[in-house]
Design a protein around this ligand. Structure first.
Ligand code: NAD
Length: 361
């Protein structure tokens, strides 16, 4: 063993103590050069009578293909794993939260994708995952050819398809409550700006247009912009989308887009997105937004429809059932707004108080 690595293990434990996460796995496959980081934020406390954890305990979270820098990948996985714990609490399920990030410094060829499947399979169902950012459905098919625990595959693979549409469905229920209880304006009279017109942003735009809303959108992919323009979205340059004068700004691309640089330039009343972790530093940024009279609606409540669909799929349910169950977003949002009014605290702090704990896992 080489000695050049210094105090790596010590630093990793420091990170774990800071983040209060349960497990970090670094996986390397010398044949395919796969480098994968799997973070488990919480483990469900399901025990049998003798006190042993039950063998069917599982932790859920997507697997994404992103970042070439392992430190950035680890930060991303830590934040996203925590978001999964929170979403499990919002949905009232005893699932642990986790996230896997595959470093994006390799070609996604068959052996590489299949070695991701092998990683999932060796955990025998402890790790339940769905295909996330950076992987296409066809990649998911290769991964799932080696693993029994991959959700959100296409209908041909006996899955319920991409979770993006169900995420958008839940968000629409959330937007109805936002318009009634925060904006005091009917949703059809609202203007919404969407950053990212992909798996979540596009169906969200479609649903909002159906409601009669005005929708402004942007994407760095011209084809996504063209498709959105065809259905009636007003397209603006990606550099301008965050700064539109709108009722609701909906980040549906990357995380950390709301930060000290962007907050002074925002012209929206509400931020309510599909993207995970849109605030770079959650409490500091929420405070800065409030100073500008902008309300932040917690991402992990609004966008839990994707995880909900994965849970329905696992239980052999249908797309219709997943859509119907998405009304949970409006119920949970109402609960958070009521808690925030009663306790004179912000929506994010209320949501974390109600759904942030990993202790009941
Ligand atoms: P996606 O890759 O299908 O779509 C994201 C889109 O954003 C892409 O079209 C991309 O070109 C665009 N984009 C990237 N950078 C941009 C920029 N600077 N300006 C404008 N557009 C930009 O991903 P998705 O599945 O739609 O997920 C979007 C976000 O929602 C992610 O943060 C994801 O983690 C989160 N999320 C997704 C789901 C789901 O079910 N898919 C569920 C919960 C949360």
């Amino acid at each position: 063993m080489t000695k050049k690595k210094g105090d790596v293990a010590k630093k990793i434990f420091e990170v774990m103590e800071d983040e209060k996460c349960r497990q970090i796995t670094f996986h390397y496959n010398p044949k395919t050069k796969l480098k994968l980081i799997w973070v488990i934020d919480s483990i469900p406390e399901k025990r049998d009578r003798s006190g042993k954890l039950t063998p069917n305990v599982s932790v859920s979270g997507g697997t994404r293909f992103a970042h070439t820098n392992p430190d950035i990948a680890l930060q991303d996985a830590l934040k996203l794993a925590r978001a999964m714990t929170r979403k499990a609490n919002v949905l009232g399920v005893k699932e642990g939260g986790c996230k896997a990030v595959v470093l994006a410094n390799q070609k996604k060829n068959k052996p590489f994708l299949r070695s991701i499947g092998d990683f999932i399979q060796i955990h025998k169902g402890l790790f339940r995952t769905a295909i996330d950012l950076g992987f296409a459905m066809k990649d998911g098919k290769q991964i799932a050819s080696r693993a029994d625990f991959v959700d959100s595959l296409s209908h041909l693979e006996k899955g319920l398809g991409s979770t993006g549409e169900n995420t958008a469905e839940g968000m629409i229920y959330g937007f109805e409550i936002i318009s009634q209880e925060i904006l005091n304006k009917p949703l059809p009279q609202c203007t919404i700006a969407i950053q990212g017109l992909g798996a979540v942003g596009f169906p969200l735009a479609e649903k909002l247009l159906e409601k009669g809303c005005k929708v402004i959108g942007a994407d760095i992919l011209p084809s996504n912009c063209e498709n959105a323009k065809k259905i009636g979205v007003k397209i603006v340059h990606p550099n301008k989308i965050l700064f539109q004068k709108v009722d609701i700004l909906s980040p549906c691309a990357l995380g950390a887009v709301i930060n000290t640089k962007t907050i002074p330039k925002l012209k929206c009343k509400i931020i309510a997105g599909g993207a995970n972790n849109p605030l770079e530093n959650e409490f500091e940024d929420e405070k800065a937004l409030l100073k500008r009279k902008i309300t932040y609606v917690p991402d992990f409540v609004l966008n839990c429809g994707g995880f909900l669909q994965a849970l329905v799929e696992r239980n052999g349910g249908t797309v219709k059932e997943a859509r119907q169950k998405s009304t949970i977003v409006s119920d949970m949002l109402k609960e958070i707004i009521a808690y925030s009014n009663k306790n004179k605290t912000t929506l994010l702090k209320s949501a974390i108080k109600l759904f942030g704990s990993s202790l009941n896992h």
